[in-house]
Design a protein. Structure first.
Length: 271
């Protein structure tokens, strides 16, 4: 499946258990390898929750687990609905960062309560607000959507900006971000619109990152750049998405859009 360009391989834990297949680092890496299989940004495991009926576990290509992913949660909801694992249009899903509430309508538009943002977080205990990368100083805003984000607002055209040059030293600056950080480069177009690019920690530049987009809206509203309680249009390289927030850390960030199935197939595990 994919949503706005983030690719996900979805595996059902019940099928793996029936075939006595156990996920491991080597298998995850092979399944995400573009040269030897279909390629994917992440592997997602659909399983039963310990606390509630539904749960997901999401693996990065290097076998580390991600706390959660806003793009994937949309695919998860559509997967449950299309596979008739749930007939409910409103469900709770257990993630590595907590329980998410999801809704799906008759047009497969999925709305997700992305929880309350955190502006003070264990993943950025030292908030210096300025960071140097490749001899250039950037002002940044740190926010957590249960994973850490470093949001940098730029004046120049971000589509021509050399993100690759500046991204890695920021992501790997563990003096400021002990657990590394997702890096967003954002440009304000208006009070209700942003251009957005992202490099995700432990991976690369991806076509979308909903938690990063949510964190960017939180940053823009907190800094007075964006309007509160209105859906903000986020311009990605190939898609648009919509996010709103009240401006209060007591309120959740709300996101909406759809997800798509690309294809289904089988993977032959050599034993």
């Amino acid at each position: 499946m994919h949503w706005i360009g983030n690719d996900f391989i979805i595996l059902n834990s019940e099928e793996l258990e029936e075939k006595n297949v156990e996920l491991n680092e080597k298998l995850i890496q092979k399944m995400c390898d573009r040269n030897f299989w279909i390629w994917s940004d992440w592997i997602v495991l659909v399983k039963s929750g310990e606390k509630i009926k539904f749960k997901y576990v999401i693996y990065n290509p290097d076998w580390t687990e991600a706390e959660m992913c806003g793009n994937w949660i949309r695919c998860y909801m559509k997967y449950l609905f299309d596979k008739k694992l749930s007939s409910e249009k409103n469900i709770d899903v257990e993630t590595g960062a907590g329980i998410l509430k999801l809704d799906i309508d008759e047009n497969s538009i999925i709305t997700v309560d992305m929880w309350k943002p955190k502006l003070v977080h264990k993943d950025f205990p030292i908030n210096k607000w300025k960071i140097i990368s490749e001899n250039r100083e950037f002002e940044y805003f740190a926010a957590s959507m249960w994973n850490p984000h470093c949001i940098i607002f730029l004046e120049e055209n971000i589509w021509d900006f050399d993100l690759k040059k500046y991204w890695a030293p920021i992501e790997k600056n563990t003096d400021i971000f002990p657990n590394k950080v997702n890096v967003e480069f954002v440009k304000k177009i208006s009070e209700t619109e942003l251009d957005f690019r992202v490099y995700e920690r432990w991976t690369w530049e991806t076509l979308a990152c909903w938690t990063g987009a949510c964190a960017s809206v939180v940053a823009g509203i907190s800094l007075g750049f964006l309007e509160k309680n209105k859906y903000i249009k986020i311009n990605l390289q190939w898609w648009n998405l919509f996010i709103k927030w009240s401006g209060s850390e007591k309120d959740s960030v709300i996101m909406k859009w759809e997800a798509e199935i690309v294809f289904e197939g089988e993977y032959d595990i050599k034993i």
